[in-house]
Design a protein around this ligand. Structure first.
Ligand code: SF4
Length: 802
């Protein structure tokens, strides 16, 4: 009798959640090379065993069916370029990277070193970020390496540096447990940072802390507030200046702190004087008494902490918004003590790690400055590289401009989906089409962006690679590999190191493992404000997470900075900054009378490449919903539940109206998750503008003037029949007007009375299927049944949308 094989042993591995900047510790169980379950790590100081809905379902994201398994490359055309009308072919790693290296070298030789660019991600681990940044700035000789963190926390980073002389927040999550007043600005932490929010809720039951929420919408966070200020989108600076005005008038400032520890108070005072409460109230659309109450709570509380997120950061006035809030903390002395301080919640799991390595076009490694010749010389000597260029590189949106006007010819994209997340998305599509070389290094294929790639490189993901991530509170946690990557996927840092080898710099990229990379990175931080030279993988594995600064192996790390009132500026004094109010780039007009603000929802992550694969999370996502005030809906001639169309100067969006008084009159709100791959009609970033904050270069994703009306020809659903490219290709081809896409395999018959389309994905399957269904192949198909086109091809069945 045959014996069944013994069950493979189970083991539990300590790691960190890869989604948001909260940085929750995770214990993951593996069996037979698979992640079978996860639970919150009870010993991790951030989450103490808790996980939100996304973290709880991490196991379901490790092996979804659309993993990119092998390097792929478009066939070459007669001129030696990539034939974008034909599908990718499998190639070996050496072929793929060798070809990329030759092309990058040739493009730089012909068009200059800044003709190539890299676009990274806050989802990468610090080691990935470090090697990419070293390769591009040190060895490719261009500072054109930016990251999707530009869309997320660039404004907070810029403000911290201007005010305190160093990036990153002064305090930590625990401050929320000591605060007697907490103010949330542009943050729906209840849904976007739920574990931190839960900690604050628990603490509030004990401390009785008063909560203020500044948000145009009545979010779950706002619903929990003692005082909700539903300000007009974009009016935050006016509010904060009005609050400072009240603090000045009512003696709520801490003059001793200001005198001892700050400079330039007069500049902030002068601007605040222009914003008496009634003027601020008129600008913000809230009552003057509410502003006074908020100022009194902020200024008179024993300990006030502020938390903010994209509501402040994604704006053309974002740095001013951040600085106006920091000014308020400095003026009232609400900083440097437990329970106080300005605290930006980072969106992505490792946005902070990217900042540490200087993985942005405007930064240099370990909080050094590109503009400082001594900093550049230190880093290039440490790396053994050529000189580092003194000029900043192109930021995320500027890379799009550069591709469109020919300054940039090659773009290497790692771990991010800019077609879905960039503002003015169709412009981003046009930019990628113009590139001579697009390399996409990704876990998944297809994504909205991978469809534009000439070369696709499979990357290892969560649970498949080791490295570190730094959370919002400067806490470094080790992410551990526990299962092998599928197919030929490799850790991102290793892909960049291998590219370095193919570019002829192998001696500088000969790392043994991720711990080796981390040690080099940590050594470069020695003596810097983000000093983590006391941290190593081995120590993190043994002791758990640590907060920087952590300058030696005996240091327990640092929960709070500036507790002695000495800041990281050259003179040790914090700086006030003048913060004039600047209205949004696109104010409402007669043609576009409403303000659209975009938001993240509780159970979805960014462009759905991970959470969209987890059925339970997908079911919890509300889909393309537009929150609209009932009176605005009536004015626009639409009703609750109806399919509506939103139009900005750049394009249209369709979704279902949700009439609610949770949004104020004149403002509508939609989530940003639905990408063109899922539903081109519900692609909200087709509407948003590419206007930038001049200091942080962060785009204004949170405010766009729109017009609302009934959908002209809405289609509720489309069944896409085909192979694995079915949904993305149909989504890309169908265009606006489909609210739900559903994909099915070739074993599915053509449905009667329901729109469908079949995807010709390069093989004979579609021809056979069409034949069994009694349909002829489309007239313009070639002999193999394929219709040429960049994004694949399709055949339209009866009653089908084209
Ligand atoms: Fe992960 Fe953030 Fe949820 Fe924590 S709060 S489990 S880090 S997504």
């Amino acid at each position: 009798m045959a014996l069944s094989p013994p069950p493979s042993p189970q083991s539990e591995v300590r790691t960190v959640c890869p989604y948001c900047g909260v940085g929750c510790g995770v214990l993951a169980t593996t069996r037979g090379g698979m992640v079978t379950s996860v639970r919150g790590d009870p010993d991790h100081p951030t989450n103490r065993g808790g996980l939100c809905s996304k973290g709880q379902r991490l196991a379901g994201t490790v092996r979804p069916g659309d993993r990119l398994l092998h390097p792929l490359r478009r066939p070459l055309d007669a001129a030696g370029g990539f034939d974008r009308g034909r599908t990718w072919e499998r190639v070996g790693w050496d072929d793929a990277l060798g070809d990329c290296a030759r092309r990058l070298t040739a493009i730089q030789a012909e068009h200059g070193r800044d003709s190539v660019a890299f676009y990274l991600s806050g989802q990468l681990l610090t080691e990935d970020y470090y090697v990419a940044n070293k390769l591009v700035k040190g060895f490719l000789g261009t500072n054109n390496v930016d990251t999707n963190s530009r869309l997320c926390m660039a404004s907070a980073a810029a403000a911290y540096k201007l005010a305190f002389g160093s990036d990153a927040p002064p305090g930590c999550y625990e401050d929320g447990e000591h605060a007697t007043c907490v103010i949330f600005l542009g943050s729906n932490a209840a849904e976007t940072h739920p574990i931190v929010f839960g900690r604050l809720l628990d603490a509030r039951r004990r401390t009785g802390a008063r909560w203020i929420v500044v948000d145009p919408r009545r979010t779950p966070t706002a619903a929990a507030a003692d005082l909700h200020l539903p300000i007009t989108p974009g009016s935050d600076v006016a509010l904060l200046l009005g609050m400072l005005n009240v603090c000045l008038a009512e003696g709520l400032t801490d003059t001793a702190f200001v005198r001892r520890h700050t400079d330039d108070f007069a500049e902030a005072e002068a601007v605040a004087a222009e914003w008496p409460v009634e003027r601020a109230a008129a600008e913000c659309g809230v009552g003057g008494d509410a502003i006074r109450e908020a100022a009194r709570l902020f200024g008179s509380s024993a300990a006030t902490m502020s938390l903010w997120c994209q509501g402040l950061n994604q704006s053309i006035a974002a740095v001013s918004k951040n600085l106006a809030l920091i000014n308020l903390h400095l003026a009232t002395g609400q900083i440097g003590r437990p329970g106080t301080g300005p605290f930006s919640l980072t969106g992505q799991a490792n946005a902070m790690g990217g900042r540490e390595v200087g993985g942005m076009a405007t930064e240099l490694a370990a909080h050094r400055k590109l503009a400082d010749p001594r900093d550049r010389a230190e880093v290039s000597e440490f790396w053994g590289s050529g000189p580092i260029a003194p000029e900043r590189g192109l930021s995320a949106m500027e890379l799009i401009d550069g591709l469109l006007d020919g300054r940039v010819r090659a773009l290497w994209i790692a771990g991010t989906n800019p077609i879905a997340s960039m503002p003015d998305g169709t412009r981003a599509e046009a930019a990628l089409r113009r590139a001579e070389l697009v390399v996409v290094q990704e876990l998944f294929h297809p994504t909205d962006t991978s469809l534009f790639a000439d070369v696709l490189l499979p990357a290892a993901g969560w649970a498949e690679k080791t490295g570190t991530a730094t959370s919002s509170e400067r806490r470094v946690t080790l992410a551990q590999a526990m299962v092998p990557p599928p197919g030929e996927a490799r850790a991102d840092w290793r892909i960049f190191a291998d590219l370095g080898r193919h570019l002829g710099h192998g001696a500088h990229f000969s790392y043994e493992d991720a711990a080796d990379v981390f040690d080099e990175h940590a050594a470069l931080t020695r003596g810097r404000t983000c000093d983590m030279s006391g941290i190593s993988h081995e120590r993190l594995r043994r002791e758990g997470s640590l907060q920087w600064p952590c300058p030696d192996r005996d240091s327990p790390g640092t929960a709070r900075r500036y507790t002695d009132g000495v800041f990281a500026t050259s003179g040790g004094r914090a700086r006030f900054n003048a913060t004039p109010h600047v209205p949004p780039a696109e104010p409402p007009t007669d043609e576009y009378p409403l303000r659209l603000t975009t938001a993240r929802t509780a159970h979805s992550w960014h462009t759905l490449t991970k959470t969209g694969k987890v059925a339970e999370l997908r079911r919890l996502d509300p889909g393309p919903i537009l929150e609209v005030h009932p009176l605005d809906a009536a004015t626009a001639g639409v009703a609750d539940g109806e399919v509506v169309e939103l139009t900005s100067r750049r394009g249209s969006w369709r979704g279902r109206a949700l009439c609610t008084e949770d949004v104020p009159r004149g403002t509508v709100s939609a989530s940003f998750h639905n990408s063109p791959l899922w539903d081109r009609g519900a692609w909200i970033n087709r509407l948003t503008p590419a206007a930038l904050d001049p200091r942080s270069l962060q785009p204004e994703l949170k405010h766009v003037a729109v017009r609302l009306g009934p959908a002209r020809s809405a289609l509720d659903g489309l069944l896409v029949i085909g192979g694995r490219a079915a949904a993305p290709l149909a989504g890309a081809l169908v265009g606006a007007g489909v609210l739900r896409l559903e994909a099915a395999g070739w074993d599915t018959p053509a449905p009667a009375g329901r729109p469908w389309c079949a995807v010709l994905d390069g093989g004979s399957d579609c021809r056979e299927w069409l034949s069994t269904q009694g349909h002829s192949p489309p007239r313009d198909a070639d002999a193999s049944g394929r219709v040429a086109g960049r994004d694949g091809a399709y055949a339209a069945g009866d009653g089908v949308v084209t």
